[in-house]
Design a protein. Structure first.
Length: 240
């Protein structure tokens, strides 16, 4: 059966994953600070808008104003798409139901019905096809102390399952410490997500270079080799 693919918008990347992300998948994009994760997600969302498909961006880290300004550096004017209801930026406040019910969510072994209204309602209001959550690192770090890996894994799995039930193709991000043997800060996300893309910056010879690799992409014959990429005036360009 032919698998429907969603173009990533990242120049060169789709050549490595059979034409795009499988429709409805949740993809983890991880890497150290400054590796290009936010640019990647903004480029993914801009591709959606340009195709006339709505997208939602949930930011738990940066201010929405800062995201818009960062996008403008690459010529991506999200304001016009927001006015046309093709893009929705959301930033849950610290006192929102998202944070208030996290402890109950994990202990109750379920996604509490009040944890995801900001996502569910935003997707429904503009009939979104793509979703970004930036980042899982901030979300898991906000959890109360005392939760073990099993409880956090259960929470993240149910979060991903809930997101996938909404019928969107999604990207979630995670910080990744330098020289880590894992693929996310929480060491769990890589197991519950459908695909994993790792961005990194390393020193090659005497020059710093950026590297992209795809250790996991379900239902896809992905290119598993490391590829150089650049951040240009048009966004991320992967060398293939």
């Amino acid at each position: 059966m032919m698998i429907k693919r969603v173009p990533s918008g990242i120049t060169g990347l789709d050549n490595l994953i059979q034409g795009g992300f499988p429709d409805g998948f949740c993809i983890l994009v991880s890497g150290p600070p400054g590796a290009g994760k936010t640019i990647f997600t903004l480029q993914f969302l801009m591709e959606s808008a340009r195709r006339g498909e709505a997208g939602v961006y949930i930011t738990l880290d940066q201010r929405i104003k800062d995201l818009r300004n960062q996008a403008k550096q690459f010529g991506w004017n999200f304001h016009e798409y927001e006015m046309g209801r093709f893009v929705r930026f959301m930033r849950p406040s610290k006192g929102s139901a998202w944070n208030q019910n996290i402890a109950e969510t994990i202990k109750g072994s379920r996604i509490h019905h009040e944890i995801l209204p900001v996502i569910r309602d935003s997707i429904a209001e503009i009939d979104a096809k793509r979703l970004v959550i930036d980042s899982l690192s901030t979300l898991t770090l906000s959890l109360p102390r005392g939760f073990d890996d099993g409880e956090i894994r259960l929470f993240l799995k149910r979060l991903v399952d809930e997101v996938k039930s909404l019928g969107v193709t999604s990207i979630v991000t995670s910080d990744l410490p330098k020289n880590s043997n894992w693929l996310s800060r929480d060491r769990i996300s890589e197991f519950v997500c459908d695909g994993v893309i790792v961005l990194d910056d390393v020193v090659f010879g005497e020059d710093p270079v950026r590297i992209l690799r795809i250790p996991k992409m379900r239902e896809t014959e992905q290119d598993r080799k490391a590829h150089f990429f650049k951040i240009t005036g048009d966004g991320i360009v992967v060398e293939v």
